[in-house]
Design a protein around this ligand. Structure first.
Ligand code: BES
Ligand code: MN
Ligand code: ZN
Length: 481
């Protein structure tokens, strides 16, 4: 799918040939002299078109336009949220295999965030999962023209949004693939594939190398599965070597049955998404290869299954992490923090400017924040603030959570330096407190994306989040460097 931004208003847009034209009509719309805007004005006057976001009026081969189908879509005040609502509704109403070329036109000059919303909403609405279908129905849409009279003002935002959709779609794709089609080895291959792109290189380690590194916590999780683990090190080199990198660490549990502390059967299939953090790292690197910011980024992915064979780790087992800290595994279902803690220790060797881990870590975070905002934890306010702001700008929202020392109380145990679980209370926070023990050597942030990385129910599937947030943050850091 190819996106293009055109600096034209409604008049020129109406003469463009397309399978469909979506006209975005804000509440302050004023008709110009042309036929199409006159039609819009008449429809508003007759109350056949409401400018509330989500309200549509569909037309077929109207003489006022050169597109086959035209949808007038209200965008209210024109905020990013309003525009997203409008475009999702319009795209749903246009869904058809004949929709190959789409034009989306702002009837009044667009805001930057609104342009971004058009790009991401069109991409989201037309994504089609095909990998394991015998009769794939791939996305028919090949060309999307976005028209606004002030294109030069919004070009940079537009380009960034396009790059983000490519990355988010890669993340979405890998997260959607079932565990037998997205093994740790296959994730390693996907990373190697990315290393063919400009400025990216990659190293993939297996069980032998990881044992040599002393990643006892990561290995403890992997030992319950017959699929060998992978530890993936991606590098994006956009700045001189002397510049400290930002390290992204992704949880890559390709399937989480809970281990011996087994999960209930209903919805257990959704635990194929438990590598969404890893997928977001892959997706972010995909976007970086397009945008080429002047920054260095390292991506670390700890990938394995959390399963139950005869070697599986047992509740009460004590393992030694790469940091030297011993961990009592009281609940084998709290495996994400076990693979992440060793990856965080490994991150030390890069002398990073900051480390951000991304993980579908806790059901408690789903309870706390639902599917709207990811949980954000940060050891430093500057880093927390930058990530929060990036989420707002990219419309990939998060919310800051606390890290008071009192929350670590429940992790104390008589049999090791730390236990891998505390009580039920504040479960997302206690998980973050566990991770924080392994982050003393660098500014650190943690995104708990358990609620935001995928949707359940009829719309079941991955969202590609938080690629938008991560890319926006990295671009901002490149600017500040
Ligand atoms: N992958 C899960 C977290 C999860 C749960 C994500 C539901 C999305 C939806 C994680 O490995 C896990 O099982 N966490 C446990 C931790 C508990 C044992 C302390 C949880 O949240 O129940
Ligand atoms: Mn688990
Ligand atoms: Zn998990």
């Amino acid at each position: 799918m190819n996106f293009e931004l055109k600096s034209i208003g409604l008049v020129a847009a109406s003469t463009e040939k397309a399978d469909a034209l979506i006209v975005l009509v804000a509440q302050d719309f004023k008709a110009a002299k042309d036929d199409l805007s006159d039609l819009v004005a008449q429809a508003i006057k007759a109350a056949d078109l409401e400018t509330k976001p989500g309200k549509l009026l569909s037309l077929y081969r109207p003489v006022q336009a050169n597109a086959t189908r035209v949808v007038l879509a209200g965008i209210g005040g024109g905020s990013a949220r309003d525009v997203r609502t409008a475009v999702l509704a319009a795209a749903a109403s246009l869904k058809s295999p004949s929709l190959k070329k789409l034009m989306v036109c702002f009837a009044t000059p667009a805001r930057e965030d609104a342009v971004r919303a058009v790009v991401t909403a069109v991409a989201d609405a037309t994504y089609s999962y095909t990998h394991t279908k015998s009769k794939p129905e791939p996305r028919a849409l090949t060309k999307v023209l976005v028209a606004t009279s002030n294109a030069t003002e919004v070009q940079e935002s537009f380009d960034r949004a396009v790059a983000i959709t490519v990355g988010a779609e890669l993340a979405r794709e890998w997260a959607n693939r079932p565990a037998n089609h997205a093994t740790p080895a296959l994730l390693g291959k996907a990373a190697e594939e990315l290393a063919k792109l400009p400025k990216i290189s990659c190293e993939v380690m297996g069980p032998k190398e990881v044992a040599k590194l002393g990643m006892g916590a990561f290995m403890a999780v992997a030992q319950g599965s017959d699929q060998p683990l992978r530890f993936i090190v991606l590098r994006y080199n956009g700045a001189p070597k002397s510049q400290a990198p930002i390290v992204l660490v992704g949880k890559g549990i390709t399937f989480d049955c809970g281990g011996i502390s087994i999960k209930p059967a209903p919805e257990m299939d959704e635990m194929k998404f438990d590598m969404s953090g890893a997928a977001s790292v892959l997706g972010t690197f995909r976007s970086l290869a397009i945008l080429k910011p002047a920054i260095n980024v390292v991506g670390l992915i700890a990938a394995c299954e959390n399963l139950i064979n005869g070697q599986a780790v047992k509740p009460g087992d004590v393992v030694t992490s790469m940091s030297g800290q011993t961990i009592e595994i009281l609940n084998t279902d709290a495996e994400g923090r076990l693979v992440l803690c060793d990856a965080l220790t490994y991150a030390e060797r890069f002398k990073p400017a900051a480390v951000v881990d991304i993980a579908t870590l806790t059901g408690a975070c789903v309870i706390a924040l639902g599917g709207v905002r990811s949980g954000l934890y940060a050891s430093q306010d500057a880093l927390g603030g930058a990530l929060f702001a990036a989420g707002e700008a990219a419309q990939d929202l998060c919310w800051r959570m606390p890290l008071d020392e009192e929350y670590a109380e429940g992790l104390k145990t008589n049999f090791a330096d730390v236990a891998n679980v505390a009580g039920r209370a504040g479960g997302s926070i206690t998980a973050a407190k566990f991770l924080q023990r392994f982050t003393e050597k660098f500014p650190w942030a943690h995104l708990d994306i358990a609620g935001t990385a995928w949707k359940s129910g009829t719309a079941k599937g991955a969202t590609g989040r938080p690629v938008g947030l991560l890319v926006e943050y990295l671009i901002g850091e490149a600017r500040n460097a």
